[in-house]
Ligand binder design. Sequence first.
Ligand code: SF4
Length: 176
Amino acid sequence: MMAKVGLKAEHLHRYPHMFFGGQRQRIAIARGLMLEPDIVIADEPVSAMDVSVRAQVLNLMMDLQQDFGLLYVFIFHDLSVVEHIADEVMVMYLGRCVEKGTKKQIFGYPRHPYTQVLLSATPRLNADLRRERIKLTGELPSPIDPPPGCAFAARCQHAFAQCRHSRPELTSYHGQ
Ligand code: SF4
């Protein structure tokens, strides 16, 4: 398993403080795979890493997905990483799904105002994909005492009176 995640045999007897961040992440991945899972839930697996190490770890996880037939559920705040690796995307706000779809749908035709805000704040190398920045104002409501109606209403540039009283059902779109 060490070889599978790119560690060498001589690493076996090292102490934790002798490994770098990327190597520690490889160890964490190896430990998880020893249990032979079908599904791996990874919460911010590459946060606080520099860009080159981040790319190495993500590429390793993609290779392991092929080798082990894994299904990944990733939790990310960085949409540029999501765009790089995801097949399907769910956008959540205050603990609720506000939009879901294929990567192409979410990144190409975002429908929910919160998704549009997130994408407008995501740096893009391709100038054609850049969006005009939408500034988010207002406070994030308390998740333990959410407001009635749509939780995003206090910050949404499209909000109208009804949004503060009733929350719309999540329906399918994009021709699904
Ligand atoms: S505040 Fe209204 S328009 Fe804005 S996301 Fe919520 S339901 Fe939709």
